[in-house]
Design a protein around this ligand. Structure first.
Ligand code: ADP
Length: 989
């Protein structure tokens, strides 16, 4: 019997045909001709079909005589309700014989059905129980709750063969958004979990299904309905909406569609259970969300708290911690304990157990503001710092909170003002400048040394209370104020570990300071301020540069004795010849030719002395590298010239093989000359050793398109393999003390490298040493720049100087007393340079009749200058004093002033500076005579004002050349000015 359809379903067997019967016979409706009596009384019934022939019979019994109906009624199931039928039909008259048999079959069937029913009930209960267990056991985290809800809807639509499943056509759980404020505004249900027939599910949010949902939510009751009439889907017989409620809160809705066989009270009950479970899961997930929101808010609050502060869970693990706490742990190297380790694990082993116990007794709430003794504990962190732990008063049910405080040490237990006085005294005595800031960047202390370094007056420093005020006062004194201020602020913002940095100050005096800064930490490592220590590096830097200078002077000292020796010979000759001339003047019989020759000797020897002096000056200079276009050939010639006599004296022959088409290089002539001098003197030393003289060959070549090659070769003993790797090391020397410094080759290397070049040592097969130096040729741009303007002038005059001495050399070479004789054994392969010799220097016209004032305190030099210039046809006045000269130029006009730099009274520089006040344009017509280009200050002055100058001792041609150059420049300027004036006048006229 099927309750929902209201009919019996069964099997019919025909013993005559032995065939299965037509399918419509399988359904037996409750309506007559089924005997009414059978259902009402539930007793077996025998029918004589003949008797009631006029009555209608069911199809199965047509043509039979008798029928026996035996009901199957379960005693325990439904209390005697008919649950099935046994129907026997016969064409004979004797059926009652079968009654007992049929009754016992019915009883058996009834029992089987009962057992089946019970079994199904158990299976259903098992399913339900499993569902409940699964809900209860699911952990309250978001993903497993989500999974549970998905499982619940899937379970509603699941169909199993045993019939214990619910078998809905579709099911969906919708969630209501969390209530905001008190607004009961209509809310959209979000059906997040769905399962089953897609067509129904798609229609779930639209009417009429949505209406059903709304009603269920409004009334908080289960609402059921037939599917809409227009709905084409026949799979659903009833739609039910169940409100999901938990903890008095409406959380969502469960909607399911049931097919015909599933519509029953039992099914509804089972759906209800699922709705309760879903509500429970929704409530859990809502609580979880709230909790994490609260935890976030709590953490953001704790992030603002600078005190070391921990919230603990009941097991004593860290549940949350303040910013101060995290910083403390980071400093103590405890990062690993966070975020949830046991608090006791932060402490030393011997304290742990005690603390664990102490933590278990967190007081519930403390009414007094003062902590009780049992609410505090002392312990040692793993980094050795001692802290005091204290429970923070809390409300019942809230988490235990523990605050850390640094444990007072014996030192800090002294009165604070006493400690402070001690500290101030200590920093006051320090050699370094000290400033102490607190964590708010307030100045806590500042010692006198710092004030002195920065030029802070005592009353001023007393007013400075903060870092910003200090920056405002001092930034202006730095070389780069903006950067200075920014850097200081950055230091204050972000100081980790120690910082050391240099500071360039322009005022109160130019200084280089070094600042070292460190955070000041309390005993548990909290930053409570910053200390900055300032050292004045100025003296140290000056000392370093002086040291270098001293080194140079030491080398110079060695040279001086040599120089004295060198100078003694030319001076002797000069003296001798001069004497002879004097005598010759008084005596008779000496012909003019002989006298001229003697005069020439004097000239030559004096020039030799001049050369020596120049070399000395070049060596003693504090060189400032200066890049310009230079000719390597010129440098080679100069350097050899400087050593000519020394070399000749040692029977050393110099051979020059210079490439006349060698490109210029961009470099420092002074430094490169030093390179040559060092290589030459090394070669000389090497050759001296073998005391039979030797040859030094200097060669220049283009080594490639872009590079020039210089070779310096000697045929001395050469450099042993064993020391070849070390000769370029500073202070490496094989020469006796007082002779070698070990600096020569290291200077060579550093200069060449500075010029972008390289140095190689070769060992020629025939012996000796060969140094090869390669330097990049000047680029086209450097050449263009170098040859324009002032650079060009310099280069030209440089070339001229070189060529000049060379011209002279050729002339001398052809003279009766050749240079070779004069210079002992030294000789030069001169033919190489013929290409260079063709620039005669002829002074132009403007010099004629020029009025020249010579200001020179040395009467002989003054006289010499005057004589030379008068020979040139100029009109010369000589004054021996700067002051007098100043008065003179105010009264009279001159075309040129030749002035000594060093004079008693008003010296050259002051004289020059005083000139504009006299309203005189003489400044552009100035030629200085200097005796001390060594002095950095003099050089600086000349360079800054771009002043032409001639260094003592000078050759006559050198002087006249410079004089003419100045006059010519001035004449040119004047004529172009006049031209402009004339044109202007013509235009305005
Ligand atoms: P110093 O000349 O003061 O010793 P250097 O750095 O110029 O310092 O030279 C280092 C060493 O290299 C010399 O002491 C010498 O032994 C060796 N040396 C340099 N040039 C030559 C050379 N041309 N022939 C032989 N040895 C040389």
């Amino acid at each position: 019997y099927t309750e929902f359809a209201g009919a019996f379903y069964g099997l019919v067997w025909d013993d005559v045909t032995k065939e299965n019967c037509p399918s419509e016979w399988k359904v037996l409706s409750l309506e007559p001709p089924l005997p009414e009596q059978l259902l009402l009384e539930g007793k077996p019934l025998e029918q004589d079909l003949q008797e009631s022939a006029r009555q209608a019979v069911i199809g199965q019994l047509i043509g039979l005589r008798r029928a026996l109906w035996v009901p199957v009624a379960g005693q325990s199931l439904g209390g005697g309700r008919v649950r099935g039928l046994i129907l026997l039909g016969s064409s004979s008259n004797h059926l009652s014989a079968f009654l007992e048999r049929a009754k016992s079959v019915a009883a058996e069937l009834s029992l089987a059905m009962e057992a089946e029913e019970q079994l199904r009930g158990i299976r259903v209960r098992n399913v339900e129980l499993a569902l409940v267990r699964c809900t209860m056991e699911s952990s309250p985290d978001g993903s497993s709750l989500n999974g549970l809800l998905a499982h619940l809807v899937a379970d509603c639509v699941h169909r199993s063969a045993n019939g214990e499943s619910l078998g809905a056509a579709f099911a969906a759980i919708g969630v209501l958004p969390a209530p905001k404020g008190s607004s009961p505004a209509p809310v959209a249900v979000d059906f997040r979990w769905r399962s089953g027939d897609e067509t129904w599910l798609n229609a779930i949010a639209a009417d009429p299904l949505a209406k059903l949902t709304r009603r269920a939510l409004e009334t908080r009751r289960i609402i059921g309905s037939e599917p809409p009439v227009t709905w084409p889907q026949a799979s659903v017989a009833r739609i039910v909406a169940l409100p999901l409620e938990a903890g008095g809160q409406l959380l969502g809705v469960l909607v399911a569609g049931l097919p015909v066989p599933a519509v029953s009270i039992a099914t509804l009950e089972r759906l209800e259970l699922r709705a309760r479970l879903a509500a429970f899961a929704l409530l859990l997930s809502q609580r979880k969300e709230e909790e994490s929101r609260r935890a976030n808010a709590e953490q953001s609050l704790l992030d603002l708290v600078a005190d070391p502060f921990f919230l603990l869970d009941p097991s004593g693990r860290i549940a949350a911690s303040s910013r101060g706490a995290r910083e403390l742990l980071r400093r103590a190297g405890h990062a690993a304990v966070l975020p949830s380790g046991p608090l006791a694990d932060l402490f030393c082993g011997h304290d742990r157990e005690r603390l664990r116990k102490w933590l278990q007794h967190a007081p519930d709430s403390s009414s007094s503001a003062q902590p009780l003794k049992k609410d505090t504990a002392q312990a040692e962190l793993q980094n050795g710092a001692k802290v005091r732990l204290q429970f923070v008063p809390r409300l019942p049910g809230q988490r235990a909170a523990v605050l850390f405080e640094p444990e007072e040490t014996s030192a800090s237990s002294r009165p604070t003002d006493y400690v402070e006085a001690e500290l101030l005294n200590v920093i006051e005595w320090l050699e370094e400048g000290v400033v102490l800031f607190d964590e708010g960047e307030n100045v806590r202390a500042m010692n006198s040394r710092f004030k002195h370094m920065t030029g802070l007056a005592p009353e001023e420093s007393a007013k400075i209370k903060t870092l910003e005020e200090l920056i405002a006062r001092l930034a202006g004194q730095a070389v780069e104020p903006a950067q200075f201020a920014e850097r200081w602020r950055e230091l204050a913002r972000n100081i980790q570990g120690g910082i050391r940095e240099p500071l360039q100050m322009a005022r109160p005096a130019p200084r280089v300071l070094e600042r070292a800064a460190r955070p000041v930490l309390d005993s548990i490592g909290r930053q409570v301020g910053r200390v900055e220590i300032y050292r004045d590096l100025t003296a140290q830097r000056v000392f370093q540069s002086k040291l270098l200078q001293t080194e140079k002077l030491a080398a110079l000292g060695q040279m001086v004795s040599g120089v004295a020796h060198e100078l003694s010979s030319p001076l002797t000759s000069i003296l001798g010849y001069a004497q002879r001339l004097l005598v010759g003047q008084t005596g008779a019989g000496r012909d003019a030719l002989e006298r001229a020759e003697e005069i020439r000797q004097i000239y030559q020897e004096a020039e030799r002395a001049t050369g020596i002096l120049r070399q000395l000056l070049l060596n003693a200079r504090e060189t400032i590298p200066e890049r310009r276009l230079v000719s390597l050939n010129q440098i080679v010639m100069r350097a050899t010239e400087l050593q000519r006599f020394t070399l000749a004296a040692k029977k050393i022959h110099v051979e020059l093989d210079l490439d006349p088409t060698l490109p210029f290089i961009h470099g420092d002539a002074g430094q490169l000359q030093q390179v040559l001098i060092n290589l030459l003197s090394n070669a000389r030393h090497a050759l001296e050793e073998q005391s039979r003289g030797g040859v030094i060959r200097l060669r220049t070549r283009k080594s490639s398109d872009r590079r020039v090659l210089l070779e310096v070769e000697d045929n001395g003993p050469g450099i042993p393999q064993a020391i070849q790797a070390r000769i370029f090391d500073p202070f490496f020397t094989t020469k006796p003390a007082g002779v070698g410094t070990g600096l020569g080759l290291s200077i060579v290397l550093s200069v060449v490298r500075e010029h972008g070049g390289s140095v190689r040592l070769q060992t020629p097969p025939q012996g000796g040493a060969l140094f090869q130096i390669e330097i990049p040729a000047a680029t086209e741009r450097q050449q263009e720049e170098g040859l324009s303007g002032a650079e060009q002038q310099r280069t030209e005059s440089f070339l001229r100087e070189g060529k000049h001495s060379f011209v002279e050399e050729i002339q001398l070479g052809s003279a009766a007393n050749s240079r070779a004789q004069l210079a002992g054994e030294a000789s030069f392969s001169t033919a190489q340079f013929s290409g260079l010799v063709n620039v005669p220097t002829s002074p132009g016209e403007p010099g004629k009749r020029a009025r020249v004032l010579v200001v020179e305190d040395e009467p002989t030099v003054a006289r010499l200058i005057a004589d030379v210039l008068e020979d040139e046809g100029m009109q010369v006045d000589v004054l021996l004093d700067g002051r007098e000269a100043l008065e003179r130029v105010a009264r009279e006009s001159y075309d040129l002033v030749i002035c000594d730099m060093k004079m008693p009274g008003l010296d050259g520089q002051h004289f020059y500076r005083s000139l504009p006040r006299t309203g005189n344009s003489l400044r552009e017509r100035f030629l200085f005579v200097t005796g001390d280009v060594i002095a950095a200050q003099t050089r600086e002055f000349l360079k800054r004002n771009k002043l032409p100058h001639v260094a003592k001792p000078f050759r006559v041609e050198e002087l006249t050349e410079k004089v003419h150059a100045v006059l010519q420049t001035h004449a040119h300027a004047k004529s172009s000015a006049a031209e402009v004036a004339r044109k202007n006048a013509a235009r305005s006229g």
